[in-house]
Design a protein around this ligand. Structure first.
Ligand code: SF4
Ligand SMILES: [Zn+2]
Length: 279
C-alpha cells in the first residue's frame, strides 16, 4: 500500500491510497468518525439565565461548541466508563470527577453578546477551538451563570463527539475516450466540476484534473443525448482518494492515528481470542 498526501492544512487533508481494499479504507473512515474520543460539554448546571434563550437550547449550543481535544490536551483524562471501571471515579469534590471531566464556567452580564471565548476552563490546556462562536445575547440587566462539565465521548454516541466534519473517500477516477465515436464537445460543458474542457482546434476533449472527477457521469449522459459514446467514466478498484476535515479539535493526522490505534486494539482482542482457541 502507498499513501501520498495531495493537500493538507491545519484542519483538513486529502491523500491518495494506492493498492488497498474497500473494507480496510472504509474501516478507517468509520472509526475516524465514530470511535475516536474527543471532548464535548455533557452536563450543564444553569443557576441563572435571564436571556431569551431557553436553558435547553443554551445547553445544546454549549454541547456543540468544539473543544481542543488533541492528545496533549486530554492527556490523563479517561472516559467516564473507563473511570468508573478503574474505581477512580469520584464526584465528591466540586460535584464532578476530575479524572473524567473538565469544568467550564460562564458568568456574564448584559448588555453583550456572549461568545465561546467567555467560557473559562479549570484546565489551561482545554478551551473552545474558536473564540468567536456566539452563545447567547444578553440585554441590559440580564445575567447568565452556569457551570458546564466536558467529558470524553465518541461520535457513535452523539454527533458532538465526532472529531470529523468531513470523512469520505472515493475510488480513483479513470476517464477514457473512445476515438471511434464522434466528439461531443458540449458534453465537456456539462461537467459540473470543470474536469473536462473542449478543445475544438485540436479536435479533442481534455482532462484538466482527473482527481476532481466525482464520477457523476453527467458528461456521459450529455454525450449519449448527442448520440456519442466517446466518454467512458470508470475507476481504479484499489486506489482511493480520501478526504478528511476536522472541527479543529485535533489535526486530521491525529484522528487517523487514533483511528488506527482503535483498529489495532480491536485486532489485538481478536488475536487474543484466536490464541485462546474457542474460549
Ligand atoms: S463524471 Fe462528472 S465530474 Fe467526472 S468528468 Fe464526467 S461530468 Fe465531470
Ligand atoms: Zn470519573
Amino acid at each position: 500500500m502507498e499513501i501520498d498526501v495531495k493537500k493538507q492544512d491545519e484542519n483538513s487533508m486529502v491523500f491518495i491510497i494506492r493498492d488497498a481494499e474497500v473494507p480496510f479504507v472504509n474501516a478507517i473512515r468509520r472509526i475516524a468518525m465514530m470511535k475516536v474520543p474527543k471532548l464535548a460539554i455533557e452536563d450543564v448546571y444553569i443557576t441563572k439565565n435571564d436571556s431569551a434563550m431557553f436553558d435547553e437550547v443554551l445547553a445544546h449550543r454549549l454541547g456543540l461548541t468544539p473543544l481542543v481535544s488533541d492528545i496533549e490536551a486530554i492527556d490523563g483524562l479517561m472516559t467516564e466508563e473507563e473511570c468508573k471501571a478503574s474505581g477512580l471515579h469520584d464526584e465528591s469534590q466540586d460535584g464532578y470527577c476530575k479524572n473524567c471531566g473538565v469544568a467550564f464556567t460562564l458568568v456574564e452580564s448584559g448588555p453583550k453578546r456572549v461568545y465561546s471565548r467567555d467560557l473559562s476552563c479549570s484546565d489551561s490546556k482545554i478551551k473552545p477551538v474558536y473564540d468567536t462562536i456566539p452563545l447567547l445575547d444578553l440585554e441590559e440587566n440580564q445575567d447568565v451563570e452556569l457551570e458546564a462539565i466536558a467529558k470524553l465521548g465518541i461520535g457513535k454516541e452523539h454527533a458532538k463527539w465526532m472529531p470529523t466534519t468531513v470523512c469520505v473517500y472515493k475510488q480513483y477516477p479513470e476517464i477514457t475516450f473512445n476515438e471511434n465515436e464522434d466528439i461531443p464537445y458540449a458534453a465537456a460543458d456539462a461537467c459540473p466540476k470543470g474536469v473536462l474542457v473542449a478543445n475544438k482546434e485540436e479536435e479533442k476533449i481534455e482532462i484538466t484534473d482527473v482527481e476532481n472527477c466525482s464520477l457523476c457521469k453527467s458528461c456521459v449522459r450529455k454525450a449519449k443525448e448527442l448520440g456519442s459514446r466517446y466518454i467512458k467514466i470508470g475507476y481504479r478498484e484499489n486506489d482511493f482518494i480520501f478526504n478528511i476535515e476536522t472541527d479543529g479539535s485535533m489535526p486530521p493526522k491525529e484522528v487517523l492515528l487514533r483511528a488506527c490505534d482503535v483498529l489495532n486494539s480491536k485486532t489485538d482482542e481478536f488475536i487474543d481470542f484466536s490464541k485462546g482457541g474457542s474460549e
